[in-house]
Design a protein around this ligand. Structure first.
Ligand code: ZN
Length: 84
């Protein structure tokens, strides 16, 4: 299934707990897929998951798939966004 570039935005950030690099893909439907693009050393051997879908009702927090740390995107971790 092709996805139009207009239908989602991607933010890149690093989990403040396990240091994994994450892509956060937000869709026009309000859902969000968080993909691990690089595992941090702390979870390299035992990451819980490499991808996690959060539905439209999940709220603003981003859950790190690898360690399930709840990242508040508004503060203070916003500084950790690599770009968005
Ligand atoms: Zn993490």
């Amino acid at each position: 299934m092709a996805i139009s570039p207009d239908d989602f935005t991607v933010s890149k950030l690093a989990c403040p707990r396990c240091r994994s690099r994450l892509d956060v893909i937000e869709t026009s439907s309000g859902g969000r897929t968080v993909s691990v693009t690089g595992l941090g050393a702390a979870v390299e051997q035992h990451a819980i998951a490499l991808q996690r879908f959060q539905g439209p009702g999940a709220g603003p927090d981003i859950i790190c798939p690898a360690c399930e740390y709840r990242i508040d995107p508004s503060a203070p971790y916003r500084a950790r966004f690599l770009w968005n």
